[in-house]
Design a protein around this ligand. Sequence first.
Ligand SMILES: Nc1ncnc2c1ncn2[C@@H]1O[C@H](COP(=O)(O)OP(=O)(O)OP(=O)(O)O)[C@@H](O)[C@H]1O
Ligand SMILES: [Mg+2]
Length: 257
Amino acid sequence: MGKIIAISNQKGGVGKTTTSVNLSSALAQLGKRVCLVDIDYQANATTNLGVNRSNLLHSSTDIFMSQAQAKEALLRLPKLGLDIIPAKFDLSNVEGALIGDDNKNYVLSIALESIRDEYDYILIDCPPSLGLITTNALIAADSVLIPVQCEFLAMDGLTQLLNTIRFIQNKKQLSQKELIIEGVLLTMLDTRSNVGYEVISEVKTYFREKVFKTIIPRNVKVAVSSSYGLPVTEFSPQSKGSQGYKSLAKELVENNE
Ligand SMILES: Nc1ncnc2c1ncn2[C@@H]1O[C@H](COP(=O)(O)OP(=O)(O)OP(=O)(O)O)[C@@H](O)[C@H]1O
Ligand SMILES: [Mg+2]
């Protein structure tokens, strides 16, 4: 049975999508069966993997609106060895449409249970908010991976995220399910400045053994690869960014064995 991991932090631009895309690819390169679920209306993960949104028959919007099964919305990306449930901009209408629906927090969970057995890892790229879409992801997930950017104000807003996680942990306990913190991932470390190292020390003091040993460096190849619609692990396998995500994939697999 596959593990469902939500990649979440309501702070924008901390590396959620970059981590979703490159960790998915690095896990696939390790021979794992991987599905990436894009539930951000910005659809950056979808675009970064080279998927043309205009030709899509189905997307994660249809799953939320109960207009498609997870299986129907899956796209296979054979060159990358992974699958994706893509997102489209119309996902921004979902929260409004689901208001008043008794089941509104559980739609994604029910949908992903139907494909769980086909994968080792299902990664969910969450939007930068703690709204209904993110709640759906945290309820569907077994664990949450929290990217934290090695920059000023990195810890800002994390209390709110942890409160949300705690709230959902309590909710899930009623159905004997768990939501653990998979790990806190330090991203975009600029090795030339002190700020990044100060953030590392602050985050490690707070989260202790929950912090991944792997730290993702700031690396231009990471940013460039997405404009080519490729994970950096495929675009520039030897780059520091690629090595970072490969090391993260190994660490995550080891932690789960
Ligand atoms: N390791 C890295 N090195 C260089 N650039 C990076 C790295 N990681 C992410 N970036 C760049 O930083 C920007 C923000 O990253 P990303 O889109 O992954 O963040 P996000 O948390 O998903 O943002 P949002 O909250 O908008 O969804 C992107 O332009 C991305 O290319
Ligand atoms: Mg994103």
